[in-house]
Design a protein. Structure first.
Length: 611
């Protein structure tokens, strides 16, 4: 632990020496966030790096070489650049010393033994940004990203927001370290500078200082380096709020049957605390009108106390039961949670072309159903999942015309008013995006959800195998542009604001059998066996049944026996959520809640990343 903290401090200053692993950086470009393929070489902070996972190298953020907390998953270090001048090393040390002196009046350095003296005890009301530290029950924890209200004792797993740094030990004065580093900056070579700093840090690590109190309600901020400094300080600035990104999850009406996934599971899995919106799917579209899908599941099924969100059983004569009543209870426990009723979907979209012929009448029918007095308080708006205007889904639309979709959205907004949420899931392929006036309709919607998944699957029985939800193109992709980024950029190019676009992810995988090649692009003989349907399975099943063995295009794939699957993992979701921030998108949505683990492994990563 001692050597680890020392390495972190030296690395932050760019002072690590690597004579035995020097790399000639002549002609090697400096790292800039952009597109990198496997094998690309860059230099940053006096070190050279080689890209090992193109999709993640391109993401930046947590994968920024030498800086992001997950950079080693995307890059490999080639060593220190040869020819680095001693003046740059001295400058680096002086800079660190200056930063320490100017930014911290009374600070502490967490030493090799994970000292906690002076490190504030975790407080549920405080907001902590990434890489900052707290003490909790005698242990030191470091935040991986922004967090508030998430107890380190319960959130320090591999994919959680806190990293357990070990039991508490001793600490030393930050001013002592700053002084030592300042003196060291006069050393004549990078090696001697590093040695001097190492001596200084080791020296102060062996001493202890009186703990300084840090206001538990203040925002914690790093002093010397936002990525890897062990120095923390207090600030009197007010606590930051959640970043405002949307986390939207589908709840499938039929999931209460074979999958045995109920509204209560949204609460017990911890998912409700991560969600901003739930999409209740699906209502039907028949004879040009919005209609109920499954009346029994929606508002008639009686829940006993054990199955109810609040532990109160349904009465035989109460006016509302079923999923709708459970959603009402869930909203009472989570007052900021919004619920939107989604209509259509793959199976029930064939009624939309008729509805488009009289959009005003369609909007009237939808409003009457969504605002039915029995459940008007449950729903905050309507979602249209039309698969697909002027394109083929389960059936082909040949009558609605380019403006049909826009006219429908206009009529819905007019009838529901400005306070209701109106959203829409749309196709993500280029042809589907170009087939309707999504740009013209954007003014009437709160946000779009391009379904950036299901690009490839076992409907092509012989393959080639390919990821169904790649974030980016990759060498050998069967159809160029069948990736999430292509859809996002196309929508933005049409003038649709980024803050009205969500990135879609799947909590499931698609797979083939009869495959002999581990890498993407292999041939197959058909759909792999699935729990509920051939060629598809939930993440909660695949994580154990056929764990990920590789990544491509910013998503994961697995090869086990003669089966090949593609799906997102907690690791790939970190990259996708960073993409959401980079692109200025409104947030993310996913299909669907029951595909996650019982403790919400995937949604926890999404929720944490969106804060």
């Amino acid at each position: 632990m001692k050597s680890l903290k020392l390495i972190m401090l030296l690395s932050a200053a760019g002072l690590m020496t690597a004579e035995a692993q020097a790399y000639n950086c002549s002609g090697v470009p400096n790292y800039q966030q952009g597109t990198y393929a496997n094998g690309a070489i860059v230099q940053k902070g006096g070190n050279a790096y080689s890209c090992t996972v193109g999709g993640w190298c391109t993401v930046g953020g947590p994968y920024e070489p030498g800086a992001g907390w997950a950079w080693s998953n995307a890059w490999s270090s080639l060593g220190a650049c040869s020819g680095t001048t001693t003046s740059s090393a001295a400058s680096s040390v002086t800079s660190v010393a200056s930063s320490v002196k100017s930014s911290v009046a009374s600070s502490t350095v967490v030493t090799s033994t994970a000292g906690c003296n002076g490190v504030a005890e975790w407080n549920a009301a405080a907001a902590y940004s990434g890489n900052l530290q707290v003490s909790r029950s005698g242990a030191l924890y470091q935040a991986k990203w922004w967090t508030q209200g998430q107890d380190p004792l319960n959130n320090s797993g591999a994919y959680d927001v806190w990293a357990n740094k070990g039991n508490c030990g001793v600490v030393s004065s930050a001013s002592s370290v700053a002084s030592s580093i300042a003196v060291s900056s006069s050393s004549s070579s990078k090696s001697s500078v590093a040695s001097s700093v190492a001596t200084s840090v080791s020296s102060v690590a062996s001493s202890s200082v009186a703990s300084s109190s840090v206001a538990s309600s203040s925002v914690i901020s790093s002093a010397a380096s936002s990525k890897s400094s062990a120095i923390v300080s207090s600030s009197s600035s007010s606590v930051a709020t959640v970043g405002g990104k949307k986390v939207v999850g589908y709840f499938a009406e039929w999931g209460i049957y074979g999958r045995n996934y109920h509204v209560k599971n949204i609460a017990t899995s911890g998912s409700a605390a991560q969600l901003t919106h739930i999409l209740y799917s699906f209502g039907n579209v028949q004879n040009g009108k919005c209609t109920i899908g499954d009346a029994y599941a929606a508002y008639d099924k009686a829940y006993d106390a054990a199955g109810s969100v609040d532990g109160v059983a349904d009465a035989w004569d109460q006016p509302l039961r079923g999923n709708f009543n459970q959603l009402r209870k869930l909203k009472k426990l989570n007052p900021n949670l919004k619920v939107i009723w989604s209509f259509g979907g793959w199976t029930w979209s064939d009624g939309f072309p008729q509805a488009a012929q009289n959009p005003v009448a369609f909007a009237e029918s939808c409003h009457a159903l969504v605002e039915d007095a029995r459940w008007a308080d449950v729903f905050d708006g309507i979602d249209i999942d039309w698969e697909y205007p002027n394109e083929c889904g389960l059936k082909c639309d040949t009558t609605s015309g380019f403006s049909g979709y826009k006219n429908m959205m206009q009529a819905l907004r007019a009838r529901f008013g400005s306070s209701a949420l109106i959203t829409s899931a749309i196709g993500a392929g280029t042809a589907k995006i170009n087939a309707a006036d999504y740009a013209g309709a954007a003014q009437y919607l709160d946000f779009y959800m391009p379904m950036t998944y299901d690009f490839f699957g076992a409907w092509d029985k012989t393959g080639p195998t390919a990821p169904h939800s790649a974030l980016y193109d990759y060498a050998g992709i069967p159809i160029a542009g069948y990736n999430s980024d292509n859809a996002i950029q196309l929508l933005k190019s049409k003038g649709i604001p980024a803050n009205k676009i969500l990135l879609g992810v799947g909590f499931y995988g698609r797979g083939w059998t009869g495959v002999t090649q581990a890498a993407p692009g292999g041939s197959a003989t058909g759909a792999a066996a699935g729990t509920y349907e051939a060629g598809i399975d939930d993440y909660k099943v695949l994580k154990s049944k056929c764990p990920a063995t590789g990544t491509v295009g910013g998503t994961a794939y697995s090869f086990c026996g003669n089966n090949w699957w593609s799906f997102d993992t907690p690791q790939t979701l970190v990259g996708k959520m960073d993409y959401v921030h980079q692109q200025g998108l409104a947030g993310t949505f996913f299909w669907e809640l029951s595909g996650d683990t019982a403790d919400g492994e995937l949604i926890r990563v999404i929720g944490n990343s969106m804060r």
